[in-house]
Every structure is written in structure tokens, then in C-alpha cells.
Ligand binder design. Structure first.
Ligand code: ZN
Length: 246
């Protein structure tokens, strides 16, 4: 089976379009989404509808999906994130808002093959930044393979019986093999707001037959995404950071 793994799209239609264009000729069996479909970007309805059309789809909610659909009030959000979330809540059609509202909380097991979580499989709102958090998650779970998002930082943590390894992805198609006896936590990176210093949209593909994961980076029309953010009156830092990948 081949899985298309998408995360942290954040209503960035230009970035999502470029990703779907990149995979146009690839074959995959199922799309998996790790949360944060909306919030920050200027095209919430379009991006929800684009993802909903990717069937079959397994999707979980992110923290922004919760605030934008009214499950939470966003008291933990900073001013810019909250302003964008409230704008998004007003813009969403009732149908799209309901769809977001009903997204399940992770972790979800996909086809008995791997787990998906937004932040971590223990706490959907918590972050995995480095090996300390990764080790903590490995200790409290038994999943051999779990994909996560939320940090907007593409990275692979591998746990062998005696050590934890961090692999930073590089290049436009970074492929690695899942070794037997190892456990993995994999972040495919963010499509709509990368924060690893590389502004290119980031996503993943998992092939369970060859036991390989590939992290792709794709250029998109960043200026257009920025123009739409400013035209909608959303906070300027949300436009500026897209070009920096921060
Ligand atoms: Zn996010």
C-alpha cells in the first residue's frame, strides 16, 4: 500500500495545489492527514474541500481545527493565531465547519499498519521537538511507526534497542528505509507553513511494500499566498513568515 501523508496545511491553497500537482502522476491508495487543515492562511473553504475530495481519506484534527470550528475558544493561542482562527471561523461554510468539528482526535491506527497523531499520540496538543520528547513518546507507546505533525518541522526519530537517532531530511525527495526491529516517529513537515528555514511545502509518502518513507519538498507561489493573506486583512506576520520558512 502507498499512503500520501499530509500535515499542517493551514488554509494555504497555493501550497496544497503545488503538492497535489507534484503527486499527480504518482499512484497512491489512501490519503492520510495529520491535522491543522485551516488557520493562518486565506483559503479555508477551498483547502477543506480539496482534502475532502482525496478519497479514501483518514484525517484527524489539529489544535487550529479545534479553535476554528469552535470546539475550543483559543485562550492558549497567541494574538495573531487567535485573530486568524476567529476570521476562519466566520469564513467557513456550515458544511466545512461541521466536517472540521467532527474530525477525530488522534491517535488513530491506519489499516493496522501505523499510527497518526497531531502533536503526540499521548497529547494531541503537545510538541515533539527533539529526542527528549521523542523518547518520552516511545516509552509511553508501542507503535512501531507513528506519523505526527504540529511542529511544522520535518524530522525522523528512530529508536533501536540501544539508541535514539535523529535524521533531518534534505533535498527535494529524501527517501529512507524503515529497518526491522526499529521504531519510528516521523514528521512529514508542513505544507502550508514550514518552519525549518526552508519555505518549500513539505509532505510525505509511505510505501508499506518496500518499507520506505519519502519526504518531498515542493516550491509554490508563495507571493500569491502572501497577497491573499494581506488582502483578507489577516496579520502581516502570517504573510512574512511564509517566505522565510519560519
Ligand atoms: Zn499547525
Amino acid at each position: 500500500m502507498r499512503y500520501l501523508i499530509l500535515s499542517d496545511i493551514h488554509a494555504n491553497r497555493e501550497a496544497l495545489s503545488a503538492v497535489l500537482q507534484r503527486v499527480r502522476r504518482k499512484r497512491w491508495d489512501k490519503t492520510v492527514f495529520l491535522g491543522d487543515l485551516v488557520g493562518y492562511g486565506a483559503h479555508p473553504n477551498q483547502t477543506v474541500e480539496m482534502v475532502r475530495a482525496l478519497k479514501p481519506l483518514v484525517a484527524i484534527r489539529g489544535n487550529h481545527d479545534k479553535v476554528c470550528s469552535g470546539i475550543e475558544d483559543g485562550e492558549m493561542f497567541n494574538r495573531v493565531a487567535l485573530q486568524a482562527a476567529l476570521w476562519t471561523r466566520q469564513r467557513l461554510t456550515m458544511q466545512n465547519l461541521r466536517w472540521l468539528y467532527r474530525l477525530p482526535e488522534g491517535p488513530v491506527i491506519v489499516d493496522g499498519a501505523f499510527a497518526i497523531a497531531h502533536g503526540t499520540p499521548i497529547d494531541e496538543d503537545a510538541y515533539i521537538f527533539g529526542e527528549i520528547e521523542a523518547l518520552n513518546v516511545f516509552r509511553q507507546t508501542t507503535f512501531p511507526l507513528c506519523f505526527f505533525g504540529h511542529s511544522h518541522f520535518p524530522v525522523v526519530f528512530g529508536l533501536s534497542p540501544d539508541a535514539i537517532h535523529t535524521v533531518l531530511t534534505e533535498g527535494s525527495a529524501f527517501r529512507f528505509r524503515l529497518e526491522p526491529g526499529m521504531r519510528y516517529l516521523v514528521n512529514p513537515g508542513s505544507i502550508g507553513q514550514p518552519r525549518d528555514g526552508n519555505p518549500l511545502a513539505s509532505f510525505g509518502m509511505l510505501d508499506t511494500d518496500t518499507r520506505t518513507v519519502t519526504i518531498y519538498r515542493v516550491p509554490y507561489r508563495i507571493e500569491r499566498a502572501q497577497q491573499r493573506i494581506l488582502a483578507e486583512g489577516l496579520p502581516r506576520p502570517l504573510a512574512d513568515r511564509l517566505a522565510l520558512g519560519r
